[in-house]
Design a protein around this ligand. Structure first.
Ligand code: FAD
Ligand code: UQ1
Length: 450
């Protein structure tokens, strides 16, 4: 927001009361500017924080509820990325450019784009602070700030990415380096890591391992590769049905899994990766690598840590069924930044967006929220250049499958769904506020069998 915009921030609505902004006495020369003018700039009926999957989907839905002129999105980035494509970009099956669109093109027309960063939340005064000391007030707030990446928590990173043989599908800056490292592979260890923190798309750290295995087989180098998945976790996947299928694949393709093994240092100049053994404090192991794929530690965005809207771990503290904030009834959360106890994915965001739309509408109409989110999430486990196991499950880690087939089998159709259909669904339906997840399709599919 411009400095002029900041100066115009004179009166703002707070629970139906007009307030004087601190420093107002300096602004008397702007008293010609009416509350309406002020409202257009510094007050929105619905304020959305974050222009990622959840933020854009919700701004499209809120535009339909209250009109575009009453909605604003705060988002500093000029590019919106379809991150699920990066698994395929890292394996050379798609181009990075196909995952990117200008932010302005995905923000619904008429909705205000506040190109700034939220630096503090003040829900007791229905406002947020942005860079340059500006403040925006709201009647309803939707928090969709995503999850932050912390490469810097691994000694030697991010500067280690300046060396070859190392990549990471988790960032637009490093995903093409994965493909480079895979193409450059000659002989030795190919190591894929999983950190000791919550992550988004918990399947992605291993998807790139299966794709790398397939690529090395295709290029005749597989016999020269020792492929290993070094994971902080104690299991390969949270849902037994899919974990069993993955363990079969791991056995068949001669992949090694080292559990409770957490990456703590990369010596990129020497192509060495250092892991700690989470079961044996103080015990570390150094691996020489020919290729290293890093999944970074992740955590809540800095602005949420110790914020009034967050739980003790820094995630937005929402009701797991309605997505309404547990303390502030006019605040809501969606997606990776929340403490919803499910796997953080765009598929989950889709299902959440449909529920949250109804929750907000009921609150706007002074009714109780009733629609319940069941924790639906999905992870298309890419296990080759034409194979996907489509994992779908709920809060209880029970399969909640859309199609009336055994989805734990590797399938070509599911690969096409992931690679070709999902991007279309994302850009044209989820971001436009028309895709609330596959529940209606699932009901139809399973009904037709009865
Ligand atoms: P994001 O889409 O990350 O958006 C958060 C937004 O908030 C960003 O635009 C950011 O710039 C903005 N922001 C952050 N801080 C601030 C601030 N202080 N002020 C203002 N704005 C801020 N999901 C699937 O469903 N299927 C898949 O196959 C899949 N594969 C994946 C593979 C990879 C490699 C990755 C990285 C992700 C994958 N995902 C997948 C996960 C999916 O991309 C995320 O779960 C989804 O994007 C979450 O949406 P979100 O809105 O919560 O966060
Ligand atoms: C989904 O809805 C979604 O969001 C658009 C994804 O993110 C890219 C997914 O990966 C998946 C699998 C779904 C679920 C959709 C169907 C049709 C099963």
């Amino acid at each position: 927001m411009s400095a002029v915009g900041a100066v115009f921030s004179c009166f703002c609505l707070r629970s139906g009361v007009w307030l004087l902004k601190p420093g107002m006495q300096k602004m008397s020369s702007f008293s010609l500017h009416t509350a309406a003018r002020c409202a257009a700039r510094d007050y929105y009926e619905v304020l959305v924080l974050g222009g990622g999957a959840g933020g854009i989907a919700m701004s499209a839905r809120m535009k339909r509820r209250v009109g575009a002129e009453n909605v604003a999105v705060v988002e500093p980035s000029k590019t919106h990325y379809y991150q699920p494509l990066w698994t395929l970009v890292g394996a050379g099956a798609k181009h990075l450019a196909a995952s990117a669109r200008p932010m302005g093109s995905v923000i619904p027309s008429g909705v205000a784009w506040i190109k700034s960063q939220v630096v503090a939340l003040d829900p007791d005064n229905n406002s947020v602070w942005l860079e340059n000391d500006t403040r925006v007030f709201y009647k309803y707030l939707i928090i969709a700030l995503g999850i932050s990446l912390h490469y810097e928590k691994i000694k030697g990173l991010p500067e280690g990415f300046n060396h070859p043989k190392i990549g990471s599908n988790y960032s637009a800056q490093t995903v093409e380096k994965t493909w480079r490292a895979l193409q450059d592979f000659k002989e030795g260890n190919a190591i894929f890591t999983f950190p000791n923190t919550p992550v988004k798309c918990a399947g992605a750290p291993q998807k790139i391992m299966y794709l790398s295995d397939a690529y090395l087989r295709k290029t005749g180098k597989r016999s020269k590769a020792n492929i290993m998945f070094n994971t902080s976790l104690g299991a390969i996947f949270a849902v037994k049905k899919y974990a069993d299928a993955l363990l079969e694949i791991i056995k068949d393709r001669n992949l090694a899994v080292n559990y409770k093994c957490n990456l703590i240092e990369v010596r990129a100049d020497k192509q060495e990766a250092v892991f700690e053994n989470l079961d044996k404090p103080g015990v570390t192991e150094v691996y020489q690598y020919e290729m290293l794929h890093v999944t970074p530690p992740m955590g809540p965005p800095a602005v949420l840590i110790n914020s009034p809207v967050s739980d003790a771990n820094g995630w937005v503290d929402v009701d797991k069924e309605t997505l309404q904030h547990k303390t502030y009834p006019n605040v809501f959360g969606i997606g990776d930044c929340t403490n919803l106890p499910t796997s953080k994915t765009a598929a989950a965001v889709a299902a959440q967006s449909g529920v949250l739309d109804k929750t907000v509408s009921l609150i706007m109409n002074k009714k109780f929220p009733v629609t319940k989110y069941d924790g639906y999430t999905s992870c298309p486990l890419v296990t080759g250049y034409n194979k996907v196991i489509l994992a779908e499950f709920d809060y209880n880690a029970q399969p909640l499958e859309t199609f009336p087939i055994d989805q734990s089998k590797e399938r070509r159709t599911m690969y096409h769904m992931k690679a070709d259909m999902m991007p279309l669904l994302y850009w044209n339906a989820l971001l436009k506020g028309y895709w609330g997840g596959p529940a209606p399709v699932r009901k139809l599919m399973h009904l037709s069998l009865k």
